[in-house]
Design a protein around this ligand. Structure first.
Ligand SMILES: [Zn+2]
Ligand SMILES: [Zn+2]
Length: 123
């Protein structure tokens, strides 16, 4: 084998140095001509080995991507639930204090007391 065949130019077929490559192997990205391309799963491969490697690694890749997508969806759901809880809690707090102005004054009085106590403790 000549060095030219071992390291073909990107545009030349891996097996046919005199032919222009029409595509690249889906697994090893080597350039190949239309005649050499092994077609499977809507992809093109340079050899049966690369096709098998693709078939063996594809389920793991799919599973990994699926898991990542599920994690992202779960995080989005959690954020949404937190937002709803905060909105509902805020709404009820707003309604409660609007209907109970005494409660607002009571809280003000208690916090002023607490501040006062804090001042006395740090004296
Ligand atoms: Zn390949
Ligand atoms: Zn070829």
């Amino acid at each position: 084998m000549s060095a030219k065949v071992k390291a073909p130019a990107d545009s030349v077929c891996l097996n046919h140095p005199d032919r222009a490559a029409s595509t690249r192997c889906c697994t090893c990205f080597k350039p190949i001509c239309g005649e050499c391309a092994v077609r499977a799963h809507g992809e093109e491969f340079c050899s049966a080995t690369c096709r098998e490697n693709y078939e063996n690694t594809r389920p793991a890749v799919d599973e990994f991507q699926e898991r990542a997508a599920r994690r992202r969806a779960a995080a989005r759901r959690r954020r949404l639930i937190m937002l709803v809880i905060l909105a509902v809690a805020g709404y009820f707090a707003y309604r409660y204090f609007r209907e109970n102005p005494d409660a607002v004054r009571e809280i003000q009085r208690k916090s002023e007391e607490a501040i006062q106590k804090g001042r006395e403790l740090t004296k």
